[in-house]
Design a binder for this molecule. Structure first.
Ligand SMILES: C[S@@+](CC[C@H](N)C(=O)[O-])C[C@H]1O[C@@H](n2cnc3c(N)ncnc32)[C@H](O)[C@@H]1O
Length: 339
């Protein structure tokens, strides 16, 4: 079923008025705080303690992520931005005119601007992100700068299928966009389910442009997640700060250290918070105990070979029309067609 045909669900907060220009709509379907508490308590009760990476992105987390993108070690952002500029004409040829662009995990607006500038007269852009703090200013700026475009935003968790509101339709084809290798933050099986959810939002002939980080050596990967300035460490620790603030936590951040390394067997960067002491703390009224050197696993960033990603996409109803890589084969962008 084409889910764009469905009405937006009733209980969400909607702001559709834009008397002085600005976004055409901003729908807030942010998950409730109870979900955050339940997920954190469940994660901290596992033998390998865990916090889901989607909880990194409060306002400060989103800001820190933008700073990570500017560190010299984090090749991902600058490589993908350059590649997007280089392949813009190719993307435009395949996508055609009058498309509605739907971006997952949009964050700041840097990448979408490259895509919108390349496309011939796109008609609508819908940003989806769990972080309202990142999404709102981005769609405000875009709606000011792209006056012919219907710009809207949905604050939502893309772990579940997203229903688009009627305002997000403008008649032409849809082009979903998922840059940043955010797909790498999902377990490989979960990534396939996500691809299937996106496929279900699209009609045959619609497209899906996905940025995917490639497998490579530790010499590049380990520094990318351990920048000298310590921004990635601060981003990782910030989730504990968020737990203290939003869930009445009593965690002493000084008793944790950032740990990130490439797990070659699983083809993923693992990010953890390592306890530097035997300690106890409280989260949402529950006591948590941690031993010295025990870790909380906070994020994976899976790397793919091109054939691995093509296989995953083609197993859920896409055909890979084009794959582009940068000169050093650090990063890939795939154009998938819904079949
Ligand atoms: C790795 S950052 C990438 C940001 C940007 N797309 C880029 O390419 O630089 C991940 C983005 O996805 C958002 N995000 C993470 N998990 C999410 C989820 N489950 N649902 C919706 N957005 C999510 C974050 O807020 C953040 O903006």
């Amino acid at each position: 079923m084409d889910k764009t045909a469905l009405e937006a669900s009733a209980p969400e907060q909607a702001d559709r008025s834009s008397p002085c220009g600005g976004p055409a709509f901003l729908l807030d379907r942010h998950p409730p705080k109870d979900d955050f508490a339940a997920d954190v308590l469940e994660g901290l009760s596992k033998p390998q303690k865990q916090i889901l990476p989607k909880y990194f992105y409060d306002a400060r987390g989103s800001d820190l992520f933008e700073r990570i993108c500017r560190t010299p070690e984090y090749y991902v952002t600058r490589t993908e931005l350059k590649l997007l500029s280089d392949i813009g004409p190719d993307i435009a040829d395949i996508a055609g005119s009058n498309v509605t662009v739907i971006e997952f995990g949009s964050g700041s607006d840097a990448k979408i601007r490259r895509l919108l500038d390349a496309l011939p007269s796109p008609c609508a852009y819908v940003a989806i992100d769990i972080s309202r703090a990142a999404l709102e200013p981005a769609i405000e700026d875009l709606s000011r700068d792209y006056t012919d475009l219907t710009v809207g935003g949905i604050v939502a968790d893309f772990s579940a299928p997203i229903e688009l509101p009627p305002e997000a339709r403008c008649g032409g084809k849809k082009l979903a966009f998922f840059p940043g290798s955010t797909i790498g933050n999902m377990e490989r099986g979960r990534a396939r389910l996500f691809l299937a959810d996106v496929r279900a939002m699209l009609a045959p002939g619609d497209g899906f442009l996905v940025g995917v980080d490639l497998r490579k050596g530790r010499d590049i990967l380990d520094p990318a997640y351990n920048d000298d300035e310590g921004v990635t460490a601060e981003f990782n620790l910030n989730v504990l700060r968020r737990i203290n603030r939003e869930l009445g936590g009593t965690i002493d951040l000084n008793k944790f250290r950032h740990l990130a390394f490439y797990n070659e067997a699983d083809g993923r960067i693992e990010m953890h918070l390592r306890s530097t002491a035997d300690q106890r703390f409280e989260v949402a009224g529950e006591q948590i105990a941690m031993a010295r050197d025990e870790t909380i696993h906070t994020e994976n960033s899976y790397k793919y070979s091109v054939p691995e990603f093509v296989l995953a996409a083609e197993s859920v109803g896409f055909r890979v029309l084009r794959t582009w890589k940068d000169r050093k084969s650090l990063f890939s962008i795939h154009y998938l067609a819904a079949i």
